[in-house]
Design a protein around this ligand. Structure first.
Ligand code: ARG
Length: 302
């Protein structure tokens, strides 16, 4: 099981994969599934029409038919695992609206609405907020820039939040006050991992019998945030660069099944050792826009 350790050299401390001991299965905790409510948005208008992250390259166009199929497989995967999937109506002219995770953060019947960093995605904020309101969710209007579950991950009683590329620190404070939960801020430093959900996967949210559990890619974070993660989650899975750069951490877990990009084979092995069941899906068309499984999925956390 890959774990993190610190290497100190000449006053510099690095977090690296601990390769000193052969990987050994940890006493595995019993994993338990909880039925989830997911929200998705069909890739009707999905394109790479602009460049707002290093993955997007207009010269590498999306195969629209393939994207649709891959998205259907993801949706059917959730349904066959027994989860609920609600669909938001895609809006013409919003090619990134398929990334439903960015539409807001819903916890306990209340939501903190999204306010996108780039004007290209601005219209999505109101569209998701309206949809949530129609479902009876009380949506707080954001005054600060934040991209929903792209940068906010609900974990037990708290929320871990990313900043550095999209969501502002002010939004972390706003989310804490609106949702009345503690928010732990983490600083992202590698532009390839511009949203928190590209650098951290929540494996167990800690709301069931097992403790909260995550996997993360340390080098995506500043040194002080690496320390925060180490202190809060000393037993976390440390993801390799190979798995991180296929967006392996952009995964969705129901507490037992972890739906993740199929290219993240190393991470899938670590999950298995820890008692999870990896469910690999191919979302290769979506990675061209900097997204994968989690990006396509908003969870309505109860
Ligand atoms: N092209 C989109 C953007 O750059 C991808 C969003 C991915 N979403 C996520 N939750 N990480 O905004």
């Amino acid at each position: 099981m890959p774990r993190c350790r610190e290497l100190t050299h000449g006053g510099l401390t690095l977090t690296v994969l601990d390769t000193r001991t052969p990987s050994r299965a940890q006493p595995s905790v019993a994993r338990s599934v909880r039925r989830r409510d997911y929200v998705m948005c069909a890739p009707e208008h999905f394109r790479v029409a602009y460049t707002i992250n290093p993955w997007m390259d207009a010269a590498d166009p999306i195969d629209v038919g393939r994207a649709r199929l891959q998205w259907e497989v993801l949706r059917n995967t959730y349904l066959s695992l027994g989860h609920r999937v609600d669909l938001v109506e895609p809006m013409p002219g919003q090619p990134d609206m398929v990334f439903a995770a960015n539409g807001g953060l819903v916890v306990g019947g209340r939501a903190y609405g999204a306010k996108f960093r780039f004007p290209e995605r601005a219209a999505e904020g109101a569209a998701y907020a309206d949809w949530l309101r129609r479902r009876g969710v009380d949506v707080a209007e954001p005054t600060h820039t934040n991209e929903g579950e792209g940068d906010f991950l609900a974990l037990g009683p708290m929320i871990i939040a990313g900043t550095g590329f999209r969501t502002s620190l002010e939004a972390h404070i706003e989310a804490a006050s609106v949702l009345d939960r503690p928010v732990v801020s983490l600083e992202l430093v590698d532009p390839r991992f511009y949203h928190l959900d590209t650098a951290v996967a929540v494996l167990d949210d800690g709301n069931g019998p097992a403790p909260a559990d995550i996997a993360y890619y340390p080098a995506a974070f500043s040194r002080h945030s690496q320390r925060t993660l180490r202190d809060l989650f000393p037993h976390a899975i440390c993801c390799s660069e190979d798995d991180a750069r296929v967006l392996g951490l952009n995964a969705v877990s129901d507490g037992h099944h972890v739906v993740l990009p199929s290219a993240a084979t190393g991470l899938a092995g670590s999950l298995r050792e820890r008692g999870y069941t990896p469910v690999p899906v191919d979302l290769s068309e979506f990675i061209k826009s900097g997204g994968s499984v989690k990006c396509c999925t908003m969870e309505m956390h109860r």
